[in-house]
Design a protein around this ligand. Structure first.
Ligand code: EPU
Length: 336
């Protein structure tokens, strides 16, 4: 493993916050993890950092950051229908997508171009265009920090929900993920429930192939979401809020065009982006922070923004949305 002192975290967070970590430990192999757990993850504060695409550093970090950087994709089992892959935590998510497209493995193509590393994918159950990673995760392996023991959790054990899992609940700050196992299909099947994707494929008159679906997803993302290489951001800053069905009905009397999807337990999931847009925040900039012009749910660093500028924008948005709709937005991003 590599150890750095006073490490600038700017290259390690897609929001582009210039903050420093007292100590930064980069794990080069999965086998180093137990030693790192014993040596660096017993004394608070520490933080496990993947690709930094869902993290907003709000200050310098006076502790140890552990960054699993080990990569690798291995076929563990295969038959004529399915393949089981074991993927190392430090593998960039989009590398896995490209690998699956090359080998014609179906199931995660709708998750094309999501920034970040494989080890972070189950934590927030990444999802886009009608697919969530929970649909293909077979199990997750790693180490529990408090007991220093290895763990292996099946899909059911991971308690996946919308942008949620056991890793954000009881195991929060108490585990490090080393490998994620994926079960993918070798038989052609696509999820085209997201209208924009089906429409884009139809309009382009493209045959239904893994490559075309993936390319369409990438184009839709490019049209809506800022490229973190060019404009600092952490994807959706808030979760889409779920409200009781009666509340949605009430809101519709004033806002008949309000988008909603069915949520578990009879609730309705509203579009946070639409609420933020209606509250007048789409493409708005205050100092160096603001929201993206094509997707109000994404807060951006227009260049040189401080964490305070971003948080001030977020808090004002929460207040304005609450005032207009009586709905409380919950931040999706990890604030550290
Ligand atoms: N909308 C607006 N104004 C906006 C943004 C959206 O009116 O500024 C409306 C759209 O017109 C559409 C609806 O809201 O009718 C939903 O918008 P979109 O399809 O863009 O998706 P979203 O609900 O805003 C979620 C995920 C995204 C994911 C997309 C596509 C969350 C928090 N976000 O966004 O995930 O890419 O669906 O499936 O669930 C992420 O998590 O970082 C992320 C980008």
């Amino acid at each position: 493993m590599k150890i750095f002192e006073n490490q600038n975290l700017k290259p390690y967070n897609t929001f582009g916050m210039e903050v420093y970590a007292q100590r930064f430990v980069e794990l080069e192999t999965a086998e180093e993890t137990p030693a790192a757990v014993a040596e660096y993850l017993q004394q608070w504060p520490y933080y496990i950092l993947g690709g930094g695409s869902n993290t907003l550093f709000t200050n310098d970090f006076c502790g140890t950051i552990v960054h699993p950087a080990f990569q690798g994709i291995e076929v563990m089992e295969e038959n004529s229908d399915n393949v089981l892959l074991r993927v190392a935590a430090g593998e960039p998510w989009d590398n896995l997508i490209q690998y699956c497209i090359r080998r014609q493995y179906f199931g995660i193509e709708n998750l094309t171009a999501i920034p970040g590393l494989v080890g972070s994918a189950p934590v927030q159950n990444i999802g886009a265009y009608g697919v969530e990673v929970k649909d293909t995760v077979q199990k997750v392996q790693g180490y529990i920090l408090s007991t220093r023991n290895p763990f292996e959790l099946s899909n059911a054990d991971c308690l996946f929900g919308y942008r949620n899992s056991i890793f954000k609940q009881t195991l929060k700050n108490d585990c490090i993920i080393t490998y994620v196992w994926f079960q993918l299909s070798k038989k052609q099947h696509f999820t085209l429930t997201y209208q924009g994707l089906a429409k884009a494929l139809q309009e382009r008159e493209l045959p239904l192939t893994l490559r075309n679906v993936s390319d369409c997803v990438r184009q839709i993302r490019d049209s809506k979401l800022p490229d973190p290489q060019l404009v600092g951001n952490g994807g959706s800053f808030f979760k889409n809020p779920v409200v009781p069905a009666e509340k949605y009905k009430d809101l519709q009397t004033q806002h008949p065009d309000l988008v909603a999807y069915d949520a578990p337990d009879g609730g309705k999931k509203l579009s946070a982006g639409q609420l933020i847009e209606k509250a007048g925040w789409k493409g708005k900039r205050v100092g160096n922070a603001g929201t993206w012009k094509n997707q109000a749910l994404v807060l951006v660093n227009y260049g040189g923004a401080t964490p305070k500028e971003v948080l001030d924008v977020a808090e004002t948005i929460i207040k304005d949305v609450k005032m207009m709709f009586n709905v409380t937005l919950e931040m999706e991003i990890n604030r550290i």
